[in-house]
Design a protein around this ligand. Structure first.
Ligand SMILES: C[S@@+](CC[C@H](N)C(=O)[O-])C[C@H]1O[C@@H](n2cnc3c(N)ncnc32)[C@H](O)[C@@H]1O
Length: 270
């Protein structure tokens, strides 16, 4: 339960950073008004809400996740919005969806397919199966960040072992890495595969929400001491990234940071 609560807290903390960027991805997709979509691996439903907003009052989004606890939280979140009629949730595994063929106009999956959920090909084939001919499959994931301006080498060393993503990519074959998704779109029979990277950025002065999001991100990425990180780097990380430290980097009057999401999309033939 503690894990679930801390995941939920982290998702809420990170949302002020992620939401503007993810809104720009959704805007770029031009989802048809009145369309029906699936948010695969929806977590606590933060993007299910954004997707439902984009498709208008006649559209519908189904949020699907493995975790009943996340879905329960998502249901409560949606009840508080004015979008509840356009949204429903279903517990399930995106490797084996409990839906008929060709029922959605599009599928969206953020920070899930290939990152870290399973191998691409069977998942993409399953997502493709439930999308109508002419519809779209979209997957996206957080792909990079530059959060310690002025300390590129320290940041590179911390990233090389970071607890936030190193465990997911360490033993992955190169062709199964998220940034190789174009190949899997082609193999899954999706047409017109396209990749695009979106950037989010923040600069001083930082709002309280953004400060909280960045502190939570520092902790998530680098907060667990890794054996490969030298004592000197670890001490510097703590001085730069812990609130209360005289060197806390978010107190810089010229603080600037950015991060990226990479999106892959493809069309179901027909
Ligand atoms: C990192 S979270 C991302 C949640 C949400 N898409 C977001 O971006 O806020 C990954 C989510 O995928 C879900 N997940 C992982 N594997 C899954 C699977 N095979 N089927 C359905 N959901 C899955 C997890 O339970 C978790 O909620």
């Amino acid at each position: 339960m503690a894990d679930i609560d801390s995941y939920i807290q982290r998702a809420l903390d990170a949302n002020p950073l992620r939401e503007p960027l993810l809104r720009s991805v959704i805007k770029a997709l031009h989802l048809p008004k009145g369309s029906r979509g699936l948010d695969a691996g929806c977590g606590i439903g933060l993007q299910t809400l954004l997707l439902a907003e984009a498709i208008g009052p006649k559209g519908h989004v189904t949020g699907l996740d493995l975790s009943s606890a996340f879905l329960h939280y998502a249901e409560e979140l949606v009840k508080e919005s004015d979008l509840a009629e356009r949204i429903s949730f279903q517990e399930g595994d995106l490797g084996s969806l409990g839906f008929d063929d060709d029922i959605f106009d599009w599928v969206w999956s953020a920070d899930c397919v290939g990152y870290p959920a399973g191998d691409f090909l069977p998942l993409l084939r399953e997502l493709r199966r439930v999308v109508k001919p002419g519809g779209m499959v979209v997957i996206l994931a957080w792909t990079s960040q530059c959060l310690l301006p002025g300390y590129p080498l320290l940041e590179a060393r911390l990233n090389a072992t970071c607890s936030g993503f190193a465990p997911y990519v360490r033993s992955k074959q190169p062709e199964l890495h998220f940034l190789r998704a174009l190949r899997w779109f082609e193999e899954a029979g999706l047409e017109k595969a396209e990749a695009k990277t979106f950037v989010g950025d923040v600069q001083a002065p930082l709002s309280d929400d953004i400060r909280r999001a960045l502190v939570s991100l520092f902790e998530m990425l680098w907060g667990v001491p890794q054996p490969e990180v030298s004592q000197m780097d670890w001490a510097k990380y703590q001085r730069l990234c812990r609130p209360g430290s005289p060197e806390f980097i978010l107190n810089l009057s010229d603080y600037y940071a950015f991060f990226t999401y990479s999106m892959f999309k493809g069309k179901v033939p027909g």
